[in-house]
Design a protein. Structure first.
Ligand SMILES: Nc1ncnc2c1ncn2[C@@H]1O[C@H](COP(=O)(O)OP(=O)(O)OP(=O)(O)O)[C@@H](O)[C@H]1O
Ligand SMILES: Nc1ncnc2c1ncn2[C@@H]1O[C@H](COP(=O)(O)OP(=O)(O)OP(=O)(O)O)[C@@H](O)[C@H]1O
Ligand SMILES: [Mg+2]
Ligand SMILES: [Mg+2]
Ligand SMILES: [Mg+2]
Ligand SMILES: [Mg+2]
Ligand SMILES: [Mg+2]
Ligand SMILES: [Mg+2]
Lengths: 347, 347
């Protein structure tokens, strides 16, 4: 699209978002041109229309959306910009799909420093680039001071599912193995420690990452994977309960098999959190036929994002659809859904 | 998806949104099951996975996203729920596409009455139903009191573009005719009069409506339409400037030809607004070859949503890409982009 000529440049160093940036007029056009289009640059976004047109590759498409309202906007290991890419890329990928395109809707609060927004957009652009997806259409709204919280980003993604792949939360069957791709709780603990201003000896960083390439490697090794899900809000415990409910099965997991970093376990104790309920942003749960579990585990461990993968339990028959955990001390307890609110605005 | 059994029912009469509804746990699952899934019910949403899978019809796809932050949430002629459907359906349709699916991301403020949310979701469901689209995937986040404003909804839509159709903002050429589908300014004036608590004799209602069926009728009559755009934020004036810039042309419009309801014109005078800059939510601008303009006009006028359609001007050569208006008194003036902020949070 032809570039407009504006009278002054956006002041990305000292300027801040004001209501004119959401007006639909010249100031908004300038913000979109000089900040969003500049960094998120791609041929489809450059069409400059109210929508982006594309010819989808053959196959079924997957679509998913997530609003991101995380506080603070910047945290150890990431920020809302890359998180908004990873979150949606991952939900698309949990169908086995290769993510293709993203749409991004920004709701900005009056007063947000343009420098912060620029940092967020650059991070988003880099994350999209690394994940091989393009932000092809967007929207920018501004709300008055006190009616928002800096920046909310809703990203919607579409991807294409390889033929012959049938991954769904209702496909777990008794006997299946349950795997996780790595250590749990890093994201939630990173946010909480920043929020509570806890200075741990070793800083705990969010695990925020795009998992579609790990998923592709897993599917290449074991195309008959039954379920994939990323344990975000509600953590592993809630995700397993969702899958048990959806498939009409029970699950038994083994506490000592569940990977948690020692520093995360320590922080959880301090913060009164249970790592099983803490949100992750770069981990997945996989369920597959027992006889393929070792092959899947090897494929995961050979991938940088699955290095700490583990088999943590199995699917069992259970009309109550309970998730049970054998504890380190040989006992057993029910692992319920997250009740109440453990960690508000974690993503 | 199998329904969960919750201990108590959601109290849709006296309850309100709290942080647990965004926790990812049991309370959120209940809200989604008993409110969102119940009303937005469709086979794809019922898949109950992190994404919805669908087989796209053959052809190019169009994707578009819009955040909706309108205040107040309920207004004469509509509410944020139906607006969030119409806004995105229309942006998809402005490519000539038939809209297929929507994704909806809700950002709720703690304290929002569940009764208001239910009203919004029902309105959304009805609008989607009427427009023949399905909300196939969603997301629910909750922010603390004072960090949002009741309810923000970001909707993303996908649609399929008929073969042989090539509608884009860069296709206007000198000589083309410029048409609008109806009276301008209704939406913005409806919101402002509600916000300012102005009691006009005849209540002015928003024109919020889905335009894809009007577009389909227009394409059937005149497949060689060059441009379509809905004059939302920034109004007709800004939309014409966008198209002029994108196509590298000028435009000349005739003030007396531009349809504005007398009561809207009167309200605009009172409010100090120019109807050319006021947002619409159920109107479109079309540009087509001059020799097809009468056929297009007839097709528009035969459709209930184009009854007041009019030819308002023509595309001209102009290296400056100006939009000029011949006034009712025979003068001529430049119609510039919207500068500043006329109507915050109009959509
Ligand atoms: N934050 C953003 N990042 C990237 N592109 C954006 C962003 N905001 C808007 N755009 C792009 O700018 C163009 C204009 O967007 P705009 O929201 O004004 O269109 P619209 O949705 O038709 O209008 P409205 O939002 O008033 O209904 C579109 O091509 C859109 O994809
Ligand atoms: N407001 C809503 N309307 C309709 N469906 C919804 C809504 N919110 C969530 N859903 C649906 O509920 C299911 C769970 O959504 P959820 O947001 O928990 O999944 P997720 O995106 O994987 O998790 P997270 O948002 O924590 O990353 C999905 O099938 C989603 O489409
Ligand atoms: Mg998600
Ligand atoms: Mg998920
Ligand atoms: Mg928009
Ligand atoms: Mg729009
Ligand atoms: Mg539009
Ligand atoms: Mg979600």
């Amino acid at each position: 699209m032809t570039r407009r000529r504006f009278t002054g440049q956006l002041d990305l160093e000292h300027g801040s978002v004001d209501l004119t940036h959401g007006s639909g007029g010249r100031a908004m056009a300038q913000l979109i041109d000089e900040l969003f289009r500049r960094h998120l640059d791609n041929a489809l976004l450059a069409q400059g229309n109210d929508q982006a047109l594309f010819q989808p590759p053959p196959g079924r498409l997957a679509i998913s959306t997530d609003g991101h309202v995380i506080a603070p906007l910047f945290f150890p290991g990431g920020d809302i910009g890359c998180l908004a890419v990873h979150g949606t890329v991952n939900d698309v990928a949990m169908s086995g799909a290769r993510p293709l395109y993203l749409a991004a809707g920004f709701i900005l609060e009056e007063g947000l420093p343009l420098a912060d927004l620029a940092r967020i957009v650059r991070s988003m652009a880099q994350a999209a680039n690394e994940a091989g997806v393009a932000v092809v259409t967007g929207d920018t709204k501004v709300v008055e001071r006190g009616k928002g919280d800096g920046c909310f980003i809703t990203t919607t993604g579409v991807g294409v599912v390889p033929d012959g792949i049938d991954i769904s939360g209702d496909r777990a069957v008794p006997g299946d193995a349950i795997l996780v791709s790595g250590c749990l709780g890093d994201h939630g603990v990173a946010i909480m420690s920043r929020r509570e201003n806890l200075g741990f000896e070793t800083e705990i960083a969010s695990d925020t990452a795009a998992l579609h390439d790990l998923v592709a490697a897993m599917i290449a090794a074991v195309p008959e994977i039954h379920c994939l899900r990323d344990p975000t809000r509600g953590g592993l415990a809630t995700t397993l309960n969702e899958l048990a409910l959806q498939s009409g099965v029970g699950m038994r997991i083994h506490e000592p098999a569940i990977p948690v970093r020692p520093e995360v376990a320590a922080a959880c104790e301090l913060l009164g959190l249970d790592p099983l309920y803490v949100a992750n942003e770069g981990k997945l749960v996989a369920i597959c036929p027992a006889e393929r579990a070792d092959t899947l585990l090897m494929a995961m461990r050979s991938h940088p994002k699955g290095r700490d993968a583990a088999i943590i339990g199995q699917v069992i028959e259970d009309p109550h659809r309970f998730v049970q955990m054998e504890t380190a001390f040989g006992g057993s307890r029910i692992v319920d859904w997250l009740a109440g609110e453990q960690l508000p605005r974690i993503c």
